[in-house]
Design a protein around this ligand. Structure first.
Ligand code: THU
Length: 134
């Protein structure tokens, strides 16, 4: 099975388990990491709204806890008329674990709608270079 296909199936499975009673917007995400393992998660909301977490954030935590260090490919799926557009915070989180070859797939329930490089999703990202102030 192709990596993108496997990511789609895993993200769709995770999405089914989404805990989103407030927005009713279910999101799933899956990562293929540099350790050649797959990680996935869904969005988990909270009655205190800002405490909720996005699917991408959960998938990144799962990757780090599982031993992955870099995202080779990440797929996000939602039932969205337009493409699901990762929030600004998640774009920054994705960039932290991406390199110039990292792919981001944006999918609807019927499959991948758009594929791009992570740096195309967040041009001019704030990165480590910016912390050097001398
Ligand atoms: N959400 C994600 O999980 N990922 C995104 O890329 C966009 C938004 C979640 C957060 C919240 O639980 C729900 O979707 C509505 O914003």
């Amino acid at each position: 099975m192709k990596i993108a296909e496997k990511l789609f199936n895993l993200a769709l499975e995770a999405r089914k388990r989404s805990y989103s009673p407030y927005s009713k917007f279910k999101v799933g995400a899956a990562i293929y990491a540099d350790d050649e393992k797959f990680y996935s998660s869904c969005n988990v909301e909270n009655v205190s709204y800002p405490c909720g977490t996005c699917a991408e954030t959960g998938a990144i935590s799962s990757m780090i806890a599982g031993g992955g260090k870099k995202i080779k490919e990440i797929l996000v799926v939602a039932d969205s008329e337009n493409i699901i557009s990762p929030c600004g915070g998640c774009r920054q989180r994705i960039m932290e674990f991406s390199d110039k070859n990292t792919y981001v797939h944006l999918a609807g329930l019927d499959g991948i709608k758009k594929t791009m490089k992570a740096h195309e999703l967040l041009p001019l990202a704030f990165d480590e270079e910016e912390l050097r102030n001398d």
